[in-house]
Write a protein that binds this ligand. Structure first.
Ligand SMILES: *Cc1c(COP(=O)(O)O)cnc(C)c1O
Length: 478
């Protein structure tokens, strides 16, 4: 290949072109960022789809500036911005700059963390972070292990795969997983992928704070045994997606111990408490787990993807190990991370957390999370005083579940009204909120993960909700 057509490759001879390109990208994003005025602009799917479909991929623009302009129209102009205080929908965080500098290296150097001979120091950086996280959990230093994954869904799948490996000799049809009714749907998905079927997940009812009821867990586990089932795993959630509730970890641990059952803690959301200087105690009992899911891309303010599954005992990871002669032979002299992973080629996402910890330190990350938990409590206290707002529960972490319900409003209208309020806010683009169902009814949800947002910002969204709701009611009465 001629040298001129190779000038797109990352290569020492192209360093100037590379740097110019990167700086053009940075300048473009900086200009755009300064113009952002809300979390989204409410673009309809038909319009977004058409803009993209009209692009002829066989006719390149050939030039960075033009491609960036086009990308802005197709993507940035109607992207959803998680750093905006009006964004309060899902578990998306604004990201920290130290992680973004790491991204530059992750992608440019392009290490793959499957084998030592593709990563060298990367292997040990990832291992050090796994050990550090395991230390924060309180796992025994001599046996703890784990691996970075693409997200909580994959971490939960891998943890349940390890749990299955322990008991699969009893026959897959007999295996049961117990999770709270407020647990994450990735548990059901994992059961399906593991060949256990949809009936394999037994949902345990929750208390008024949406925590798994250990008394009912005991009943369910004993019923399972009485019906010749095998309790394969209990998944306790440390931070449910809707309510941020933390299941009673100590009591669940004791039941797992009693029944020789794998204890998995899904701390995809609550895992950030491992860095908190004020609220680490909320996770008490997590150290008794067999495996833990931590999503750094939620409450550790990391860019997607960054997650890990951490295990108490490295021996459990044998269930995921497969040796290939060309990659990670059984007698390999070097440490190969692929031995512990579902993935083969794998991004060096760990470097983002590494740079974050080396530049900011863990306490500051924990402070960010504590700040949004404080914010949720403050907003909750202001919202209880609103006669037309109903709250579903007190917050544990940084979510609030509520609905607009003016006094005297016919109950049959509440669901539809709240659904339309959420859509109205999305169309308007000034703020974005989520919705969920509680007891079959529609509720609205704030997920607060922006440490820069103030109570004033969030109460402003509440005002928008009431305005929108009142307008809809007037419109309906007309
Ligand atoms: C977000 C979440 C997951 C899934 O994690 P992803 O990173 O989105 O795959 C699992 N469990 C809980 C409790 C979550 O909040």
């Amino acid at each position: 290949m001629s040298h001129s057509s190779a000038h797109h490759l990352f290569h020492p001879s192209n360093t100037d072109a590379w740097a110019t390109s990167m700086l053009t990208g940075v300048a473009h994003l900086s200009r755009h960022l300064r113009k952002v005025e809300g979390p989204s602009n409410g673009t309809a799917p038909e319009l977004a789809a058409k803009l993209v479909a009209d692009v002829d991929l066989d006719r390149p623009l050939g030039e960075t500036g033009a491609a960036l302009e086009e990308m802005s129209r197709l993507y940035l102009d109607d992207a959803v911005w998680f750093h905006e205080p009006g964004y309060a929908a899902h578990l998306n965080c604004p990201v920290v700059i130290p992680a973004l500098i790491a991204e530059l290296f992750v992608s440019s150097v392009n290490s793959s963390l499957d084998t030592f001979d593709q990563s060298i120091g990367g292997t040990f950086i990832e291992r050090h972070l796994v050990d550090w996280t395991a230390g924060r959990i309180g796992f025994p230093e001599t046996t703890a292990d784990g691996i970075f994954t693409s997200g909580g869904t994959q971490s939960n799948l891998q943890a349940l795969h390890l749990a299955r490996g322990r008991v699969e000799r009893h026959g897959l049809g007999r295996l049961r997983i117990f999770a709270s009714a407020d647990g994450h749907f990735s548990v059901q998905k994992a059961a399906r992928l593991l060949g256990l079927g949809d009936d394999a997940v037994v949902c345990i009812p929750t208390d008024e704070r949406h925590r798994m009821r250990p008394d009912l867990l005991r009943v369910a586990m004993e019923a399972c045994l009485a019906q010749d089932g095998v309790p394969m795993a209990v998944v306790a959630t440390a931070g449910t997606t809707d309510f941020g509730s933390i299941d009673p970890l100590d009591e669940v641990a004791a039941l797992c111990h009693e029944h020789d059952t794998w204890f998995h803690v899904d701390a995809a959301y609550g895992g950030g408490l491992l860095a908190s200087t004020r609220r680490r105690h909320l996770l008490e009992g997590i150290e008794r787990a067999d495996s833990v899911t931590v999503d750094y891309h939620k409450t550790w303010f990391q860019p997607v993807s960054a997650s890990a599954v951490i295990v108490r005992d490295t021996a459990a990871l044998r269930h995921i190990t497969w040796h290939a002669d060309y990659l990670n032979p059984k007698d390999a002299a070097h440490p190969n991370q692929v031995d512990k992973s579902m993935q083969t080629t794998r991004r060096f996402d760990a470097l983002k957390l590494w740079m974050t910890l080396r530049i900011m330190g863990p306490d500051l990350i924990g402070d960010y999370f504590d700040t949004v938990i404080d914010l949720a409590a403050q907003v909750h206290d202001a919202m209880v005083r609103c006669a037309d707002i109903e709250l579903a529960a007190e917050p544990t972490l940084s979510t609030l579940v509520f609905r607009y319900r003016p006094l005297g409003l016919d109950q049959t209208l509440v669901d539809g009204l709240n659904t339309r309020i959420r859509a109205g806010l999305f169309d308007n683009g000034k703020s974005m909120i989520a919705s969920t169902k509680v007891g079959g009814e529609v509720w609205l949800k704030f997920t607060l993960l922006n440490p820069i947002a103030t109570a004033g910002d969030i109460l402003d969204i509440v005002d928008q909700i009431r305005c929108c709701g009142a307008e809809l009611l007037v419109g309906a009465a007309r």
